[in-house]
Design a protein. Structure first.
Length: 132
């Protein structure tokens, strides 16, 4: 279940990246995130919209590895994952390139909201090579 939540989060993140951010998170993203993690995403995607850049390719991305990590504090479960976004490009409306996608290593903590797991804490860092 935790792996599926992380995958859905990444799918929703890609939609927001391709839309150029948003003033508010869509219900589909809110379904898989909560707490401070949700607040941070809302701020980040609002900032992306203000800066007016987006992911402009239709290239595929992929989760290359997923593994359990220790749950911190009151979290129910932790998940680590590697996600390959290396074929992505981020640009402004005039076509000037803002940056390229990267290989990313996620570590997320999930909590129960009702009967459902949601990501409530986490980190993501750019890496050259993703390892557990």
């Amino acid at each position: 279940e935790a792996k599926a939540v992380h995958l859905k989060y990444v799918e929703e993140m890609v939609k927001l990246d391709r839309a150029g951010g948003a003033d508010a998170l869509p219900a589909s993203m809110k379904a898989v995130v909560g707490g401070d993690f949700e607040k941070a995403l809302k701020y980040g995607y609002a900032e992306m919209k203000v800066k007016n850049f987006r992911e402009t390719t239709s290239e595929k991305w992929k989760v290359t590895d997923v593994w359990p990590i220790k749950a911190d504090g009151s979290h129910a479960v932790g998940v680590g994952a590697c996600v390959d976004f290396t074929k992505f490009h981020y640009e402004s409306p005039d076509g000037s390139r803002k940056g390229d996608g990267t290989m990313r290593r996620d570590e997320v903590q999930l909590s129960r909201r009702g009967g459902t797991l949601v990501i409530t804490d986490g980190s993501s860092k750019q890496v050259e090579k993703c390892e557990r």
